[in-house]
Ligand binder design. Structure first.
Ligand code: PLP
Length: 406
């Protein structure tokens, strides 16, 4: 009989969202007259921008005509028109990238997992806790040793390098899911210096970079000196432009990054990644790449920024409420996520049940993202403004009542 990849048995059941929907369904069954407000939504809710859908329609028409039909894309790395557009987007924040180093993907999740193909399974991987589970689980599947680094209240949910901890591949996510924390340039510089000194590689997940409003905060790791020799950046149009169901992202692999070989020689991470992609990936569809290109036009940028502004305004409704109630939180200002400490030292799941029962507002228990998430809770800004405002009105009332009764 064929042997299974035993590493899969090390994976924990991903029970978080199953458990949440189980508790919600039970509540609805017993309380059909009490409508819920879902503030745990991790997916975008507003439609694609008009510039994007127009470009997609035009490209679909091209595919229906013999003269303009396109089959396989040559390299599977993405059409040059899109790689140049992404390169222009980086240029706007002062980052100079050769379009060759930008590889188009069907989203950040695939590349977060697939990148591990180019690294030996002997490498030790460092992930922060709490964490977007894909980094952890994909490396468990690959049989790698994983070290967890604490992100917690003490370090503002921004774990910093520890020279006493040996790691080869480091996953960083900023703005962070789930905590909404954003690394400053100084903090990211410390990680880049650590990676260069210890010959480690950083995989930097910038899926939420478009939510950064503060011009002092880095939107790309390549805004940090020395990053080209140690960092791979993964990004996506999912949250930037509502592409969660359309699927398009990009990964930047600088040609400077080297990997060691058993014979003492070196190879290039870029070369291996291109080889990996040309073997296992046949590219993103032409209409989607044209749609993605439209995101980076002047018109597209104005439209997607308006949508992000809507979510940012929702985040503001939440953070203003928390400021008023003096609740300890991270995120919200430069991120769609708001991560806060459960009142009265409640556990994440107890607070989940309490909110559901008392105000019918649903969020995500922090404990589901790692041990340091216990006692913390995540709300998102992806609901409507009306629902967000109503949820926070209910929250405020609940909060005062909680403390009056003690
Ligand atoms: N990275 C992070 C941190 C995310 O939170 C998500 C999705 O929620 C992704 C990557 C996946 O993005 P994509 O839709 O591009 O696969």
């Amino acid at each position: 009989m064929v042997k299974a990849n035993e590493n899969f048995s090390k994976l924990k059941e991903s029970y978080l969202f199953i458990e949440i929907s189980g508790r919600i369904n039970e509540f609805i069954k017993n309380n059909p007259d009490k409508p819920l407000i879902k503030m745990g939504i991790g997916d975008v809710t507003l439609p694609l921008a008009p510039a994007v859908t127009e470009a997609m329609k035009k490209a679909s028409d091209e595919m229906g005509k013999a003269e303009t039909f396109r089959g396989y894309e040559d390299s599977g790395r993405g059409y040059l028109f899109l790689r140049e557009s992404v390169s222009g987007y980086y240029a706007d924040i002062g980052v100079d990238l050769d379009p060759d180093e930008i590889l188009i993907s069907d989203g950040a999740k695939s590349d977060c997992g697939n990148l591990s193909d180019i690294f030996s399974s002997d490498n030790t991987v460092l992930v922060t806790d709490p964490v977007y589970p894909v980094y952890y689980d994909s490396n468990l599947m690959g049989g790698r040793n994983i070290v967890l680094m604490d992100s917690n209240e003490q370090n503002g949910f921004a774990a910093m390098p520890d020279y006493g901890v040996k790691s080869d591949i480091i996953y960083l996510c900023s703005p962070n899911n789930p905590t909404g924390s954003v690394y400053t340039k100084e903090q990211l510089q410390a990680w880049v210096d650590y990676a260069n000194k210890t010959e480690a590689i950083i995989i930097f997940d910038a899926a939420y970079e478009a939510f950064i409003q503060d011009p002092e905060l880095p939107r790309s790791i390549y805004q940090i000196e020395g990053a080209r020799s140690c960092a791979i950046e993964i990004s996506s149009l999912s949250k930037t432009a509502g592409f969660t169901g359309t699927r398009c992202g990009y990964t930047v692999v600088p040609k400077d990054i080297e990997l060691s070989l058993n014979d003492g020689g070196k190879t290039s991470a870029y070369k291996l990644w291109c080889r990996r992609q040309s073997t296992k990936f046949n590219g993103v569809s032409y209409p989607v790449q044209r749609a993605a290109e439209a995101v980076f036009t002047k018109e597209g940028q104005a439209q997607v920024k308006k949508t992000i502004g809507y979510y940012q305004n929702n985040a503001k409704i939440i953070t203003e409420c928390f400021d008023k109630l003096r609740i300890n939180y991270t995120g919200g200002k430069n991120s769609p996520y708001i991560w806060f400490k459960c009142p009265k030292n409640m556990s994440s799941w107890d607070f989940f049940d309490y909110m559901l029962k008392t105000i019918q507002v649903v969020g995500t228990p922090g404990q589901g993202f790692g041990k340091n998430g216990e006692g913390w809770f995540r709300l998102t800004s992806f609901n409507t403004s009306e629902n967000t405002a109503e949820a926070m009105n209910r929250f405020e009332k609940m909060f005062y009542e909680m403390f009056q009764s003690s």
